[in-house]
Every structure is written in C-alpha cells, then in structure tokens.
Ligand binder design. Structure first.
Ligand code: ATP
Length: 310
C-alpha cells in the first residue's frame, strides 16, 4: 500500500497542502479531484519525494519512503502534468534516457523500451523526433517515460490535458489495461469528472489543501442523497397542476420551465400518487416523470462551491 499520512506543505505564507492523508491499495485506481489550486500537484510532488514535506510521511507497505526515497522511486512512476521530454530525441531515445536514470541494465532496457512503445501505441514511429509528435503522442510518451522501470505504483497528474478526444480515449484505455493486466496501482488526478468516474474504484475530493470527501463513487454520491430531483413533463402547461404542487409541503424546491416542472423532495418521499391524483383533478396530461440521482459533479459543486473545470 502507498500511503500519505498527514502531509503538509507551506510555501512562505501559503498553506498549499494541509494535513492530507490518502492511500492507494495494490490493484486500485484511485482518483484525486480538486478545483484549480486545491493542492493536488503539490501533494503529488511530496508523495513522489520531488519536494520535501513541511510535515507528514509517505509510506510504502508501512515503511517510511521519506527515509528510504530510493526504494520508493524504484516502485513508483510519476506522469507529470507538464510534458517532460527531449524534443530533439526520438521516442526510443527518450525512453532509453529515462531507463538509464533508473540504472536499468542495457539488455533489459532495450527489451523494455519495445514493450513500452507497444503499450503506449508508438511502436510505429521509431525514427520520428518528439518535436514532430502531436500533443496526444507526446502525452502518451510522457506516460511511457514513467513506465520504463516497470513501477508497481503510478501517479498521473492530469495526463489528458490539452489533447484530442481520440488520444484521450486511447490514454484512458491504456490506464485501464495497465491496471487490469499489468497490475499497476494508480493515483489519477484529472479535471474531467467523467474520466475519474470511468476509471476509479475510489475517489478523494480535495479543496484548500485538504481532503474534504472520500469513498467509492456511490458513497460519495450518497453525500447528496438525502434529496432527489424529480422532473415532470406535461403535454401543456396547466396552472392548477403547478399551484397544486406548490401547496405540497414535502416539496422543498420547485422550478418551472415551459411544460417541465422540476421539484426537489426528500429521498424517501413517494410523489407518484400525488402526481396522478393532481393530473386527474386538473386535467394535466403527464408526458414523463424522471427521477435524477445526484452526479459526482453535483457533489463536487456542493462540497467545494466550485466547478471542477474553469
Ligand atoms: N512553488 C510554489 N511556491 C509558492 N506557491 C506555490 C508553489 N507551488 C504551488 N503553490 C501554491 O500552492 C497552491 C496549490 O497549488 P497546486 O499547483 O498544488 O494546486 P493544484 O490543485 O495542482 O492546481 P491545478 O489543478 O491548477 O494544477 C496554490 O495556491 C499555488 O499557487
């Protein structure tokens, strides 16, 4: 297990990370979500021992990684938010460079380079210089560089920023495969809720330097599940029907837009009998009644007061 325990980082007067704890079990993909400036990149830099902590510890299988950083670096790969590649080199040469940093023996490195090129789908571009790569190809090679030494844990800091949807899908599928087939455990940060929803087993939401919610997708959605939203569509607007709904004390919120009325009620309220009797009394014809469960985006907005992307 990779664990961050009570991590804090202060830059002069700014408390970028404040007593943050999280863990990634072997086999998991864990999401770390937070609005801009929440402290995600600073937390990742501390977990990967790139910057010193002001406080706290990072542990691998209960052993302090801050006291044994080389042991951590052997089993951890980090995909940084910024592309960190040599533009004047080919993909193969870049991978060779990163492999040498890890002091990989030559024969092992050469075999591993071919394997990684295949994993990231760049095996057909052996001679092309990175400066001639598309944004998506660079992102893929950025991931390859972090994979060269076959890490057991991978931290990915917004690995799909600024690329086309096709490359993004490719990266998402690569992340899934790495986890499923190569058993790589992953901490994944993103500004895209749908990516985290698709990939992750568990999610941490952070804001202002600390974790404000954590759990499985369902557990996090449950934070907002004391209420539900019901969307009622009528064939045409009937004022008496809306007035009747407004008299219902179980409805905490009512919004009207054309023929659609949206109401909020407590989770356990059954509004259907009332809707049917009101439609009979007023002659309003129900076209549809939909119940919305809260999305992760709703929870995020509720907890942080901010949109995930801005
Ligand atoms: N080297 C530094 N010196 C001073 N302040 C810093 C430094 N690095 C980060 N900060 C500040 O710490 C806070 C957290 O920044 P950080 O980059 O970790 O957030 P983030 O969640 O990764 O944001 P984003 O999603 O925009 O990448 C911000 O207020 C930032 O300005």
């Amino acid at each position: 297990m990779l664990e961050a325990i009570g991590l804090s980082k202060t830059f002069k007067k700014i408390k970028a990370v404040d007593n943050l704890s999280l863990y990634v079990e072997r086999g998991e993909i864990v999401g770390l979500l937070g609005p801009n400036g929440a402290g995600k990149s600073t937390a990742i830099a501390m977990i990967s021992t790139l910057i010193p902590t002001s406080n706290g510890d990072v542990r691998i299988d209960n052993k302090s990684a801050l006291q044994h950083p080389n042991e951590l670096r052997k089993i951890l790969g980090v995909v940084p938010q910024e592309i960190a590649l040599y533009e004047e080199l080919t993909a193969r040469e870049n991978l060779k460079f990163f492999g040498r940093i890890h002091k990989m023996p030559k024969a092992q490195l050469n075999a591993r380079i071919e394997e990684v090129l295949e994993q990231i789908g760049l095996q057909d571009q052996p001679k092309k210089l990175v400066k001639h790569y598309s944004g998506g190809m660079k992102r893929r090679l950025n991931i390859g560089a972090a994979l060269i030494h076959e890490p057991e844990f991978l931290i990915m800091d917004e690995p799909t920023v600024g690329i086309d949807p096709q490359s993004r899908n490719y990266i998402l599928e690569t992340v899934k495969l790495l986890n499923k087939e190569k058993k790589v455990s992953i901490l994944y940060t993103s500004h895209y809720m749908e990516e985290v929803e698709y990939l992750c087993d568990r999610i941490y939401i952070m804001d202002s330097g600390h974790i404000i919610a954590s759990g499985s997708k369902d557990e996090i959605k449950n934070i907002l599940s004391s209420e539900k939203t019901i969307r009622i569509k009528l064939e045409r607007t009937v004022t008496e029907f809306v007035e009747g709904l407004k008299r219902e004390t179980v409805i905490s919120q009512l919004k009207e837009k054309g023929e659609t009325i949206t109401v909020t009620v407590a989770k356990d309220v059954n509004l259907f009998p009332k809707l049917l009797s009101l439609s009979e009394q007023t002659g309003a014809i129900l076209v549809s009644v939909d119940v919305d469960a809260p999305s992760l985006e709703d929870v995020f907005l509720h907890l942080t007061g901010k949109e995930l992307r801005n």
